[in-house]
Design a protein around this ligand. Structure first.
Ligand code: AMP
Length: 417
């Protein structure tokens, strides 16, 4: 596989798929530039080696239509400033051949939002899935997606994908475009390389013991990951809102805590699977219950299986926190996805904080720790502990699918797996 460090960019044009889907305020100003900063090492490498850049990205969900609200023209200035080069703008991503051809070494062209074209996502627009003509429309769209990808490919000598956030999608710019470059002229960007390596660390090159912490609100959204991890981990902590589905499944009284009544059997099955596979399943035994879903609610610590009628568990209790920490501190590989409580309320952060602190401790003792999936990242940032873990993934859905063991189209298009 070609790598960005082995490719000679001198005199070449590189088309780079980045994730510049940054949040903007009412005035169109960027409120968080993390994603732009994330792509800079790759972009700067191409320029430093004497190449020219064609940058492409999506922003928001314009659903195949031009919409000024999602125009990437709004970020030209910020990208120019960060790259230290005056970035040119192509107002139509599918009609940028001339501008691309005119680029000289060291110059940069940013294409308008790819998702202004339905071909980017490759889904037919304006036709219902139930419509008998849907399948034909889908086939036709796949063909025009190829043409769109071919046009993008025609702008450059080589292709780099550095957009991990969309790597789980087979879109024109994330996967299909790679078909128009030979093996020696397509590669992963630095950010993608790091993400892929981090996932390999927890799925392939595992140092033991391996502790995974899955939290968040529901079992149903995490089941694919839990099942894939069951064959890999030594300790599995299941916390957050799922706690109460497990407690109820085992006959507990959970008051008005969040629960998935149709997943009680699934919860029992997970407990059985863990036993059969020799996985140490850690479930909270106590919780901080509240008499209202609010930060200012009255609270009491109670066993998870004896929560009073009108109360609900909103955080892990002190015994649970100790059990979580014990399963984390000796670990050599750690994955954390999803908070242990309603961390958005300051009074219900203790469970998540105990997890974050144990992870930081294990990391400083040499463990590899990966934090990923929106809310756990928000959590670690809220605690100001981002620099105390090994790696924070930038990909929500993409990371979760990778951990489920699914092949990511954006990675496969380059690695050929
Ligand atoms: P998810 O998107 O599934 O990872 O869930 C994250 C959300 O789960 C966060 O917004 C938390 O507030 C929420 N959450 C965690 N624990 C609980 C709980 N005990 N009750 C209700 N919501 C919870």
């Amino acid at each position: 596989m070609m790598t960005i460090d082995n490719y000679n960019f001198a005199g070449k044009k590189a088309i780079v798929r980045v994730d510049f889907n940054v949040p903007l305020n009412e005035e169109g100003k960027i409120t968080d530039d993390t994603r732009i900063r994330g792509a800079l090492p790759t972009l700067k490498k191409v320029l430093a080696d004497g190449g020219a850049l064609i940058i492409m990205s999506h922003m928001g969900k314009p659903k195949g239509k031009v919409n000024a609200k999602y125009s990437l023209s709004q970020i030209v200035e910020a990208v120019s400033e960060k790259l230290g080069v005056a970035v040119q703008f192509a107002p139509d991503c599918a009609k940028a051949a001339e501008a691309a051809a005119a680029l000289k070494a060291g110059e940069v062209l940013l294409l308008e939002n790819l998702r202004f074209y339905p071909e980017e996502e490759g889904k037919p627009v304006g036709i219902d899935k139930e419509d008998p003509a849907y399948n034909d429309a889908k086939k036709a769209m796949k063909e025009s997606q190829k043409e769109f990808a071919k046009t993008l490919a025609s702008y450059a000598d080589c292709y780099i994908n550095d957009a991990f956030g969309t790597a789980h999608r087979r879109h024109a710019s994330t996967a299909v475009v790679a078909d128009y470059f030979n093996e020696d002229s397509k590669m992963l960007g630095y950010l993608m390389e790091k993400e892929v390596q981090a996932v390999d660390n927890i799925l392939k090159d595992i140092k033991r013991p391996f502790t995974a912490i899955m939290g968040g609100s529901k079992v149903s959204t995490k089941i694919g990951i839990i099942e894939n991890l069951m064959d890999k981990v030594d300790n599995l902590i299941l916390c957050g809102g799922m706690t109460y589905t497990f407690a109820k499944a085992q006959g507990g009284q959970i008051g008005k805590s969040i629960v998935e009544d149709d997943k009680l059997d699934l919860a029992l099955n997970i407990i059985e699977q863990a036993k059969a596979k020799g996985v140490n399943l850690v479930l909270a035994t106590d919780c901080v219950a509240a008499d209202d879903f609010s930060n200012d609610a009255n609270t009491q610590v109670v066993p998870v299986n004896a929560i009073p009628e009108a109360w609900e568990g909103l955080d892990a209790g002190p015994d649970a926190q100790k059990a979580f920490a014990a399963a984390i501190e000796g670990a050599k590989t750690i994955l954390w996805n999803g908070p242990a409580g309603v961390f958005e309320f300051d009074n219900f952060t203790a469970g998540s904080r105990a997890i974050a602190e144990a992870i930081a401790k294990a990391t400083s003792a040499g463990a590899f720790s990966l934090i990923g999936g929106g809310d756990s990242v928000a959590c670690i940032n809220k605690f100001g502990m981002a620099d105390q873990v090994s790696y924070i993934s930038t990909g929500g859905g993409a990371l979760l699918e990778a951990i489920e063991g699914k092949v990511l189209p954006g990675v496969a298009a380059i690695k050929g797996e």
